[in-house]
Design a protein around this ligand. Sequence first.
Ligand code: LMR
Length: 392
Amino acid sequence: MFSAVESYAGDPILSMVGQFAQDPRSGKVNLGIGLYYDEQGRIPQMRAVARAKAVLHEEQVPCTYLPMEGDEAYRRTVQRFLFAGQDGDHIATIQTLGGSGALKVGADFLKRYFPDSEVWVSDPTWENHVSIFEGAGFKVHRYPYFDPATHGVDFAGMLACFESLPAGSIVLLHPCCHNPTGCDPDRDQWAQLIELIVRRKLIPFVDMAYWGFGEGLDEDAYVVRTLAGRLKAGLICNSFSKIFSLYGERCGSLSVICSHSEEAERVLGQLKFTVRRNYSSPPSHGARIVSTVLQTPALCAEWQAELDEMRTRMQIMRKRLFSLLQSELPGEDFSYLLRQRGMFAYTGLSAGQVAELRETHAVYMLGSGRICVAGANENNVQQIASAIAAVV
Ligand code: LMR
């Protein structure tokens, strides 16, 4: 019956997790998957999360089904937090299975109402963006984004591409800490892009998975909040996986910006229907943790302080790696490490150099040359720099 089923080559990011785990070498370093590791190389349990879990344990809330759109308190709190208390009547927000669940529900919803639209993602992007939109039936194209000559954003190319798109085209945007390059447009460039999106009637689909890892929660939410104030149609998804260190709880949200409140009610209904026929309703535990933290001032302040520590540690590691590489290879320019932001840096190393780093030096990174800077710490940063220097 299933003889025609092809074997699956595996996901390049997730497969590396297993490969790394099986590597018996003791000094191995994982700069592959986007997970935040602390200075001891552990995935932390955040203090605010531990305290929220204790509160929930005391409350002993029964574990019944959540509504299709998710927990009411979570949706309200996340919306207020994302949009900084802007009037949310014209925004339909649902709880989702992480950021990927938000992308999937949003993509299915758009395919139903904009069947002829096509999707444009940055070149490069998180490869699963392409799979999710193709899986929803869209044709997916790439817009110019990364300029290898400057290790920065090819803004002119991006602008020219957006200018040429038909109205109703869906453009996938990373509002901060671009995955995989760590390169973001600056404020002026975003202002121009938003202007163009409004004028050309494009549909922005914003994926915010690294909120707070760039400059801070308010700074990183600039694009999302500006779009919500300017647009009459757009989708925003966010993930709490990284910024709450709650990967396995699958906590995220999808917000659809509409023209007015009555339209938002109808859109919410269709989002619920999309959820119902995909997975019926989301899980409750992680959402209760996140909403408890966000709704409790002391916990929220503690979580924000911990988020600041995470961001600062990654910035310190960027500086350490930069100065070690600069002294190993004074003829090369590694200043892009300091300009790129968030969890990832795009090294420009070739697939061959990446393979040599893995095989000879036990340093793992993606084939594209993306490194997760959170995998570096004081104990391994010299080893990483020496290994990179050896293959360059
Ligand atoms: C990554 O880019 O490494 C993360 O978003 C994890 C994933 O699911 O790919």
